[in-house]
Ligand binder design. Sequence first.
Ligand SMILES: *Cc1c(COP(=O)(O)O)cnc(C)c1O
Length: 340
Amino acid sequence: MLTDHLPRVSLAFLPTPLEEMPRLRAALGAACPRLLIKRDDQTGLATGGNKTRKLEFAIADALQQGADTVITAGAAQSNHCRQTAAACAKMGLRCVLVLSGVARLRAEYTGNLLLDDLFGAEIVWTGVESGKTPTAGDLRVQVMAETAGRLRTEGHHPYVIPVGASNAVGAMGYVAAVEELHQQLQERGEQVDRIVFVSGSGGTHAGILVGARALGMPVQVEGMMNDASPGFAERIRDIAYQTVLKLGVNLEISAPDVVLHPACGTHGYGVITDAEREAVRLIARTEGIVTDPVYTGRGLGGLVERVRAGIYRPDETVLFWHTGGVTGLFPRAADVMEGA
Ligand SMILES: *Cc1c(COP(=O)(O)O)cnc(C)c1O
């Protein structure tokens, strides 16, 4: 394996299933390519998701550095924070989550917040709602650094995982994931032409891209934009560059390798439109698969848009990488079912 030289703990149920989606394909009409789905909503830890794969490397790195506490950050309904809280509980580490927003009452905790609390994570609120200020991201980084400093003076050994675990350490989870997919495809004597997924903080994208290139897979790696933040492609390329260095492979990732598409109009983070609603309902009713409106519903909505626009040919095989987020559905029930 490409990542064998790196420390890793076991947190996920692997390999995740690779399935075909014939009924979704039929629902999208004759021009729809063959559709496969990689079920990383089934990674197992705390209802699953893509962060579990990243955390296998991030938590191992924390343990190797002698950490007793993990600090990370995200939005109030962060899937990454929920999986980190569960991973810390499992590994016996203290967990501090820096969440964007104003402190809420415990009785109002829903979805991932309820699970963070259940797993025993300590929550530090930044006091600034996510998305409402351009400095919210920086504020989280600042609060994480302050929290780490405070813990150090108290004699603890904190380890900071960046938002989404999107650095070279976390991206290794997706280098290994592509290797897993590669093996599944080989066993079945199959190939995919495109790998499509929703890109949020960029680590999944960087890992899939580096993994696919390192294995020489002739596949187009396409991220659907979860948000329209400027400089995002450069950020992915930077993580990919760091990942290549850490892997120790001889590989160059150039700017055109980072393919990002707008999806569902790419309104802001967490904004739900008819496109996300339709995608979430369509895959549920044709395949019995749960997606969420913030991430995977938007990614799938982007795929649906591209099928309808005739961009994907019917003789191609397109793999949608399900990245989880199922718990994000419940706090948005009214939004998702609006007009149904
Ligand atoms: C975090 C997340 C993503 C995006 O992954 P990144 O590595 O941050 O780009 C996609 N889907 C779900 C459900 C997520 O929680």
